[in-house]
Design a protein around this ligand. Sequence first.
Ligand SMILES: [Cu+2]
Length: 393
Amino acid sequence: MERKNLNVERKATHGHGAPDSRIFDRRALLKTGIALAALPSVPKVARAHSSHQDMESSPVPGPQADGTNLWKVTVGGMDMENKLDLQAFFPGEITINAGDQIWFTEGMAGFHTVWFGYGAEPPILQIPDPELASPAAGEAPAIVFDPEVALPTANLAVDGVNPVNTGLDILWDPATPVVLTFPTPGTYDYLCIPHQGVMRGTVIVQEAGSELPFDQAALDAMATEQANALIQEGVAAKAEFAEPVAEAQADGSTLWTAAIGAGPGQVRVMAFLPDLLEIKVGDSVKWIHESPGEPHNVTFLGPGVVPPVEFEVGEFADGRPKFIQNMDTFLPSGNTTWEGEGYMQSGFMGIPELGLPMEFTASFPVAGEYIYYCSLHGDPDGGRMGATLRVVE
Ligand SMILES: [Cu+2]
């Protein structure tokens, strides 16, 4: 399929961000991958077909007719009010008996997977398109979601031998609950592939018929406590960056420091802090990524510029969906002076292992009120992960 290109003319490079900044380390990409989170457009695409039978088909946790138990673990969560993304399994540890099942249910689709790999190196979400030839030296490859990560395995029995992956929650059909079976006693660690640095859990499977330490109600209470502790942590992380830092420059202007996200652990503040920043004409802003492991970018769109899609959906030769990253949001535009027009893009930031930058600085010589956003987690109108920069005379 054809890649659409951003409908903007690239401005000349202003010092920082030479054309070379488009080069990135392909080996690092292959090795580590990029943990994308909550891409806004996917649910609309993927859920277009799903029916609304989720209520009818929701399993009921507890003892089943055949003597086994069905358990429930919630995958991630969100606190919309505080713009917090909870990257954990609730509860993080669960003890069940051989033959039992666990229903993994999404708190709110947060771009998560449930992956049991029995100690193997976890795969990565984004890889160079395996169907394309290697790019020329110094050129960025086309990046796609690894279908092995995005889509579920046929096997849904966690037996210690055959890996199990549920695929991305945004692709789950609400009419088909994600239920995994555990036929074999053992201790099974699992993780979410996109958030593998922090989002991990454990299932302890006892011999069939063993006494169980907790029932579902007790586990639910523990899960609530766990989520509340994370929310508190997130609110505190947010407060830390409530005020911008101003630094007088030799030329009489001010360099402001603002935060991109906050929280390096299981709770992520999905916001620019502060929400509204007022500066003077000629000042600069340095955005520092404060949530390493969670990719974000800083995106400014001028009037009439069509917001870039985050990715295109195509197809692999075997018919599986191919999610193709839009390089216009992944790579920096090279422009670091914003005059209210065109497109200014920091490119993906926040994954130090990949060599992605942790800060982005731009200057603002023209008065105006500008909305900016993260193309991964925000909306061009400033919704969700968006903020306002006011430049006054
Ligand atoms: Cu973001």
